[in-house]
Design a protein around this ligand. Sequence first.
Ligand SMILES: [Zn+2]
Length: 113
Amino acid sequence: MKDDLMQEHHDLLSGLVRLHVLHHAALQEIYGQWMIEELAEHGYRLSPGTLYPMLHAMERKGYLVSRKERDGRVWRKYYQITEKGLEGLAVAQRHLGELIKETMKRNPQGDSL
Ligand SMILES: [Zn+2]
């Protein structure tokens, strides 16, 4: 997705990006740069200036927990999902499932995605 489109619809998409982060943090520890690359594979172009504050906020809200580890010359911050994060992810999955079913049924363009 183009940067400007991503920016224009940031409020709509940011929840999806957070869920994507939670999903991966549930599977394995993640760190910022890895997550940026993973999101890019799905067409989300996020700069560190957008993703890092998002990760910090998710930690502050109790969805993620971090630890720092030295990787060569740099300190890397690794994030893992918390109990609250798992709970949030499960709730979101139910809602996403319903939303997908409904939006596929009522796609105004009439084409399937
Ligand atoms: Zn992914």
